[in-house]
Design a protein around this ligand. Structure first.
Ligand code: ZN
Length: 163
């Protein structure tokens, strides 16, 4: 297994809607293991395939005790509202406040292709929305006001220069 390289804004794959996952088997299991390893190495709570350069509708997460693989994720319902800071490994972990739904129900397939539904609240619900957005080629900064988006981009560009 290997830690994969994180794709960073503004690489194109992050703006692409992912292709559906159609093959479930050893190759997908291996990819998922590497995505978990990469996510833990980067201290993230979620990681989508686009973030390791693959335009696929797939993410892994381990957030508030909820550890799962979601292939072909869909948001079935989203209710309420929460305020909170959000960040992304592909945007150098620069955070910004973003309003999201408080309770979210996700439908997806697991690593064997079995369809499941899972509900979450709070941070885990935020994670469902953030990672499903990645599968649609949407970044959290796309959901910020133009002013906040520019602030995040500028901070991220500065961070990149210092590395
Ligand atoms: Zn992200």
């Amino acid at each position: 297994m290997a830690v994969l390289k994180i794709t960073e804004f503004p690489e194109r794959v992050l703006k692409q809607a992912g292709e559906p996952v159609e093959e479930f088997g050893a190759e997908l299991e291996r990819l998922v293991s590497e995505m978990f390893e990469t996510m833990y190495a980067e201290e993230g709570v979620g990681l989508a395939a686009a973030q390791v350069g693959l335009p696929l509708r797939l993410f892994v997460m381990d957030c508030e005790g909820l550890r799962l693989v979601a292939a072909n994720p869909e948001i079935v319902s989203a209710e309420g509202a929460q305020e909170g800071e959000e960040g992304c490994l592909s945007v150098g972990k620069v955070h910004a406040p973003l309003r999201r739904a408080e309770r979210v129900r996700l439908r997806a397939q697991d690593v064997r292709g079995e369809v499941f539904e899972q509900e979450a609240e709070g941070l885990a619900a935020r994670c469902f929305l953030h990672e499903t957005d990645h599968c649609d080629g949407v970044l959290f900064i796309d959901r910020l006001t133009p002013l906040r988006r520019e602030m995040v981009k500028r901070r991220f560009q500065k961070l990149r220069k210092w590395r």
